[in-house]
Write a protein that binds this ligand. Sequence first.
Ligand code: SF4
Length: 403
Amino acid sequence: MTSEATYFQKGFKLKAVVGPILAANYHSQVVEQLKAFGYAARAGDVRLRLAREFGFCYGVDRAVEYAYETRQQFPDKRLFLSGEIIHNPDVNGRMEAMGIIMLPDGRDPVLRYAEVQAEDVVIMPAFGVTVGEMQHLREKGCVLVDTTCGSVLNVWKNVHIYAREGFTSVIHGKHYHEETKATASQALTHPGGHYLCVRDRAEAQLVCDFILGRIGSAALRERFREAMSPGFDPDQHLQRIGLANQTTMLMSESMEIQELLRSAMRERWGEAELKDRFRAFDTICSATQDRQDAVGKMLEAGGLDVMVVIGGYNSSNTQALARLCSDRLPTYHISGPEGLQGEAIRYRPAGGHGEERRDGWLPGGPVSVGLTAGASTPNNVVGEVVEKLLALRGLGTDQLQQG
Ligand code: SF4
């Protein structure tokens, strides 16, 4: 088989076949009703406000559809997924129910794909895989279904330009996140290409401190040892930097980090040299930005008592939404309806780790609840949360009305 016949990036034109299956799995009548009510509804003394942009983004929609199409196209082949297709337990559970085998995370492609044979099919997720993994899979000769989102490919394009022109990519992202690992690996495809991943403002400040001579290279290397390219030498490789983002980070933080580093480079090298030493590119994707903007507008409008943010605990963009909300009001990031347990809620604290439980989280009497969901959360999960939430007050979705 030629490599053309084993690499698919545009699905299999089976939308008509998988469309009804996708609708049956992920559609929610309750969510459609909330939208029809102008994203504002009430039942009894519960007011619900749904963010105007929430849930599945275009990249996730496409990746999930291609996975279903792949199952149809290759009914008799073994299907593997390079890790979770998206960070949502409900969707991943449905993939497994279709017989798709989810491979564990791992840095070494040889170990990670040990089970995969030439006659198998591997689906790559919306956030992409590393250059090393892609090469390894191509050498195996198996069928590859690549669902990498166009917005992620756009980030890669910028990282390539940086590396080609001698700029180190400073990536605002989590160095252990699949997307950031894949993006970082692109920088290494050019001779002398390097990267450094900064997770947040505090880490960006450390990089600024190094640029301005306040800390030494040993301290920087120690702090970022897991988050920098092999052979990274801060003295040499932070002289010319280009910024990129994991597409799902908090937009406001990415902009702050950009400004911090721009100022540090200006102070270190002077205004005249800045254009040859600093580049920035906003690579937060539009879907992430739209969801953050929508929740921002909802918070601005005020009147909410509590916010429920729905999405996988390891979903970066859901975490970013929860962080935005938690600055303003009590916020609970739940992975799905199972987070609501009688009077208690099981949630991931914004900016924290693990799961906590709180009793009596929903104030008694009239209450206004804001709702949003990350880009990897399907509507059926949002609808089930609404149903369970109303049931806490002995209400049903049939009692919902506009308002
Ligand atoms: S969050 Fe953005 S980059 Fe990621 S899959 Fe969705 S649209 Fe693509």
